[in-house]
Design a protein around this ligand. Structure first.
Ligand SMILES: [Fe+2]
Length: 365
C-alpha cells in the first residue's frame, strides 16, 4: 500500500494538576526499579525528585536518580544514563524536566533496553525497537518532547544536534501536570512558549505537513497566541499554564510527523555556538523563515498571521524578543557556517523552496 500520509501517536497523555504525587499509579505492575532522569537543578530545588521517590517508594518501587542532564545534552550524558539503567536492571525510565532532560531520558530508555551505546545507536540505519517503559513529565511548556519520538543530542564538535528516534521511541505515558510549570521564571516561560509556537508554525509550513497535522498546528498556534502573554504577565495563572502545556504537546504531535524546518536547523548553531537558549534562537529566526516560505505557501502564512494578528516578527516583538540577528554578536563566518550546516539537514530540504546555504545566508541578512 502506498502510504499517502499517516498520523500515529502511541503515547497515553494524562492531564492532571498535582498528578506527580501519584506517579507510581501510572506504572504497570512489572515496573520495579525506575531510573529517574532529570536536570541538575530545578527538579531537586522544587522538590519534584523527592515527590517521585516518595510516590514510588510507597508502591514498593526503587528509584535510581540520574540528575546530571545539562542543557542541550550531549551524547555522552545520554549514554551515561543508559549505562546506569543497565547496571541497575532498571525496567522503567521516568524523565522529568525540560526538553533536555526528556530527550536524554528517552535515549536512556532505548540504550537501557538494548545495551547498545548511544553513539552506535545514532549510527545504525536499522535501529532496534526495544525501549524501557518510559514516562515523560514536562516541567516546561514548549519542547513537546513528551509527544515525540525524538531525542536530540548535541554533537559539540560539529556544532549540531543528532536525532535518536525510532518508531517505538515515543513515551509510553506523558504526564501533563501544569502545577510543575508554575515555577518557571519569566524568561524560561517565554523561551519555551515560543519554541512550541515555532514547532507548530514550522510543522504547518513544511512540505511534510498533512491534513491531520495542519489542524493540530492551527490549534496550537491559536492556543499559544491566546495564552503566552497571560503566563508571562501572570505566572500563577494555572489555567493558562495548562493551556500552554497542552499547546506544547499538540505542537509536539505535529513535529512528530512533519519534523521542523530550516528555522530549527539554523537555530541549533545559534544555541551551541552563540549560547542562545533553544526557544529564543527559534524565535529570532522564525519570522525570517516564514518570510521565505511566504513566496511558496502564501495562503498558509496568511492563516498564521491572521491567528497571531501580526506577522511573526512583530508577534515576537510583543514578547520583547529582539529579532535583529545583528544584535546577537554573529560574525560573517558564523552566518556562513550556520547556513552550511543547516542546508544539509533534512528539515531544511523539507522547507518549501529548499533553501540552499547561499539562500539561507541571504535571508538571514
Ligand atoms: Fe524546538
Amino acid at each position: 500500500m502506498k502510504n499517502i500520509y499517516k498520523y500515529f501517536i502511541p503515547t497515553e497523555n494524562i492531564v492532571a494538576r498535582g498528578g506527580l504525587t501519584d506517579v507510581a499509579a501510572l506504572l504497570p505492575p512489572y515496573c520495579k526499579i525506575v531510573l529517574l532522569v532529570t536536570g541538575k537543578n530545578s527538579a531537586r530545588k522544587f522538590g519534584y525528585t523527592d515527590i517521585i521517590i516518595d510516590s514510588l517508594k510507597s508502591a514498593g518501587i526503587n528509584t535510581i536518580v540520574f540528575d546530571k542532564v545539562e542543557e542541550d545534552p550531549s551524547i555522552e550524558t545520554a549514554d551515561t544514563a543508559a549505562k546506569i539503567a543497565l547496571k541497575n536492571n532498571c525496567n522503567t525510565v521516568i524523565g522529568l524536566g525540560g526538553g533536555s532532560a526528556l530527550d536524554a531520558a528517552k535515549a536512556a530508555a532505548i540504550g537501557g533496553a538494548t545495551g547498545i551505546s548511544i553513539e552506535k545507536l545514532l549510527e545504525m540505519k536499522e535501529k532496534p525497537m526495544e525501549k524501557l517503559f518510559f514516562v515523560a513529565v514536562p516541567t516546561t511548556a514548549g519542547t513537546g518532547s513528551e509527544a515525540t519520538q525524538y531525542s536530540l543530542l548535541s554533537n559539540k564538535e560539529k556544532n549540531t544536534k543528532l536525532n535518536l528516534a525510532t518508531e517505538n521511541s515515543f513515551p509510553d505515558i506523558a504526564l501533563l501536570d501544569a502545577e510543575l510549570t508554575v515555577s518557571m521564571p519569566v524568561n524560561l516561560t517565554r523561551n519555551t512558549g515560543v519554541d512550541a509556537l515555532a514547532h507548530a508554525i514550522e510543522g504547518y509550513l513544511t512540505t511534510r505537513a498533512n491534513p491531520f497535522t495542519d489542524i493540530l498546528a492551527e490549534s496550537a498556534i491559536t492556543t499559544v497566541a491566546e495564552n503566552i502573554h497571560k503566563v508571562i504577565n501572570n505566572p500563577n495563572d494555572i489555567s493558562a499554564r495548562e493551556k500552554m502545556l497542552i499547546a506544547s504537546n499538540i505542537a509536539g504531535r505535529v513535529i512528530a510527523h512533519t519534523g521542523t524546518s530550516a528555522c530549527h536547523a539554523l537555530g541549533y548553531y545559534l544555541t551551541l555556538v552563540n549560547g542562545l537558549p533553544h526557544g529564543l534562537a527559534n524565535a529570532v529566526l522564525l519570522g525570517k523563515i516564514v518570510k521565505w516560505v511566504s513566496k511558496f505557501s502564501p495562503g498558509k502564512v496568511e492563516v498564521i498571521e491572521r491567528i497571531l494578528k501580526n506577522n511573526v516578527e512583530d508577534f515576537m516583538k510583543t514578547l520583547n524578543i529582539d529579532v535583529s540577528l545583528s544584535n546577537y554578536n554573529l560574525t560573517d563566518d558564523d552566518l556562513i557556517n550556520m547556513a552550511n550546516i543547516a542546508a544539509g539537514r533534512s528539515s531544511t530540504k523539507a522547507t518549501p523552496g529548499s533553501p540552499s546555504a547561499n539562500q539561507l545566508v541571504e535571508l538571514l541578512k
